[in-house]
Design a protein around this ligand. Structure first.
Ligand SMILES: [Zn+2]
Length: 82
């Protein structure tokens, strides 16, 4: 927030609820998707993350980013660039 303000940018926040256990491919939400001991994400529904290693925290961060973009589109329409 501090550095964004310094450079004249703004930030947008959204709820991170369930983002660490949500599959970005099929949308399946399940606690077992997150293998916390291995820091991996493996979707129990579609298998995303089974063949290639997906970091659980990185997956959550991407879900938050996508959720934020979706919320912004709801508020401001498609005038936003990606
Ligand atoms: Zn999935």
């Amino acid at each position: 927030t501090y550095f964004a303000a310094l450079s004249g940018q703004w930030i947008y926040t959204c709820s991170p609820h369930d983002t660490s256990i949500t599959c970005p491919v099929c949308g399946h939400v399940e606690r077992a998707n997150r293998l916390q001991n291995e820091h991996r994400f493996v979707c129990q529904n579609c298998g995303y993350g089974a063949d290639t290693i997906v970091d659980d925290d990185e997956n959550a961060a991407r879900n938050i980013y996508e959720r934020g973009k979706a919320n912004l589109r709801k508020e401001f329409g498609n005038t936003l660039s990606t």
